[in-house]
Design a protein around this ligand. Structure first.
Ligand code: GLC
Length: 529
């Protein structure tokens, strides 16, 4: 590994891998660490700089491994600690970094801490979780809802109390008001940091602390019949509490005990609040993950406005980031269509801010249809009928045209759809594929420091063409993206060198404005000085 640059994450391109869906090595139909180790050449070839791995810890796997029964053990289905250490070593040998999912908010109900905590009201871990007596009517203490449906309180006979769970009944929330809990979780972080991981993505980082008065959440004024029941209350007293920020500051201190590590965090859909997650007097997250590109309507004026709102919402000194896919998000190629997925790739890799995409986005993976009897996602099982199923985007990676796409020799844990339609091998052979475009864009971002590090300069978008510039010292790069399926005239003055077209059929040629953009075409132009 080269000497560590403390801010490597500003220039890095992050690639999220759901381990269970990446590469199986033992025919059990589930991806694992030895499988991932076999695919490191691919990561290097693709050109990404860092991997974010979904939870690898010991888990009953009721929620993709986000229900953890031992934070410092590898789940046997994924491999061993030796495999893990090898992964760190081999990634680092290739100058790639690794960040892990860190899930501080809850454990599995199979965690030793919870076994102890639930056993009585007076054991050493009795207040490691959130315990409360019944409310006035003898039922749950208040109206808080689990995100996965129903009340967030579960009765525990032994203690004659309820415990609180933001997610599944089997995922009791830790009591982050308890200093012993915090210290134990910071030790978990140190355990992995000492093993060489380059940082974390903090799961559900906005919900760690809940209102101490247990005030009821108000009705959500935007809710209607189509709103999933758990979202019909506004999570005012359960989400994004001020004290949660103290926890993030303390986590950051742990990160800062080590050299050159990064703290990213999930901060569900809050562009106007995202700035707070960076911290002010005391630093919090380096990169609160920004989903603005996923939440926007795919239309020029909306994208222009969303990009602007995000840049405005973060402090001047803060480093931005952009996420276009993830294990909880609908596949974007399906939402905006394959031709525009190319335009989005160009946007992601030319905007100012660290790009994040999810394994499979680079080949335009679409949601795979899941027959009802094969649904695994608890979100869909418990809050069905609202289109919440996350299985379709979690379908395994398609590597080639062999049976099960080269993912497994066994039965894949989720259906894989038509692998002939879109797979890595096929797109590797095709010089104009989406995968080829990703490679070119990644390579371009690396070659042109103005794209990786330059200022973002807004331009006025017009006629369905999204326009902006990036500038570093005396280099200025202009980006024009046609967001519709018809040609559009892009008005710009001056001349430059065309660096890349999303169509991959022209580059490195002189160009003068104005330009006719073909349907679904985006261009990157280096302006003459
Ligand atoms: C986060 C994860 C999601 C999981 C939830 C509960 O939101 O991204 O996949 O279901 O936490 O752990």
């Amino acid at each position: 590994m080269k000497p560590r640059d403390a801010q490597w994450w500003r220039r890095a391109i992050f690639y999220e891998i759901a381990l269970i869906s990446f590469q199986d090595s033992n025919g059990d139909g589930k991806g694992d660490l030895p499988g991932l180790l076999r695919r490191l050449d691919y990561l290097e070839w693709l050109g990404v700089d860092a991997v974010w791995l979904t939870p690898v810890y010991r888990s009953p796997m009721l929620d993709l491994g986000y229900d953890i029964s031992d934070f410092v053990a590898i789940d046997p289905a994924f491999g061993t600690m030796t495999d893990f250490d090898r992964l760190v070593e081999e990634l680092h040998a290739r100058q790639l970094r690794l960040i892990l999912d860190f899930v501080p908010n809850h454990t599995s109900d199979q965690h030793q801490w919870f076994h102890e905590s639930r056993s009585s009201r007076c054991n050493p871990k009795s207040d490691w979780y959130i315990w409360e007596g019944p409310g006035e009517n003898g039922g749950p203490p208040n109206n808080w809802l689990s995100r996965f449906g129903g009340t967030a309180w579960e009765w525990e006979e032994t203690r004659e109390q309820y415990y609180y769970h933001s997610f599944l009944v089997q995922q009791p929330d830790l009591n982050w008001r308890n200093p012993a809990v915090r210290e134990a979780m910071f030790e978990v972080m140190r355990f992995w940091l000492r093993r060489g991981v380059d940082g974390f993505r903090v799961d559900a980082s906005a919900v760690l602390i809940k209102d101490d008065l247990l005030r009821d959440n108000p009705p959500n004024p935007k809710a209607n019949d189509k709103t999933p029941p758990p979202q019909r209350l506004e999570p005012v007293f359960t989400d994004d509490r001020r004290e949660t920020m103290d926890c993030l500051e303390e986590m950051r201190q742990v990160i800062d005990e080590f050299d050159a590590r990064v703290l990213c965090g999930e901060v569900q859909g809050k562009t106007d609040r995202i700035g707070h997650f960076y911290g002010a007097k005391k630093p919090r997250l380096h990169l609160p993950l920004n989903f603005a590109l996923l939440d926007t309507q795919w239309e020029t004026l909306s994208v222009q406005a969303n990009v602007d709102a995000y840049y405005k919402a973060i402090p001047d000194w803060a480093w931005p980031d952009w996420v276009i896919g993830g294990h909880d998000k609908k596949r974007v190629a399906d939402k905006i269509g394959q031709p525009q997925a190319r335009v989005l790739a160009m946007l992601l890799l030319t905007l100012k801010g660290t790009p994040f995409f999810f394994a499979g986005d680079e080949i335009g993976m679409e949601p795979v249809s899941i027959p009802p009897e094969r649904v695994l996602d608890p979100f869909e099982k418990l809050v069905g009928g609202y289109g919440l199923n996350r299985d379709p985007e979690r379908s395994p990676m398609r590597w080639d045209e062999s049976e099960n796409g080269g993912f497994t020799t066994g039965e894949p844990w989720l259906p894989m759809g038509n692998i002939l339609e879109r797979n890595v091998e096929q797109q590797r052979r095709d010089p104009q594929s989406l995968l080829s475009l990703y490679r070119h864009l990644i390579e371009l971002r690396r070659r042109e420091p103005a794209l990786a590090e330059g200022e973002f300069l807004a331009s006025r978008s017009h006629s369905d063409v999204l326009i902006f510039r990036r500038r570093l010292n005396d280099v200025e790069i202009l980006v024009g993206l046609n967001l519709v399926h018809e040609p559009r005239r892009w008005e710009w003055e001056g001349s430059g060198t065309l660096l890349l077209s999303t169509h991959l059929d022209r580059k490195e040629q002189p160009l003068k404005g104005p330009t006719l953009l073909r349907a679904d075409e985006g261009l990157v132009v280096k302006l003459d000085r």
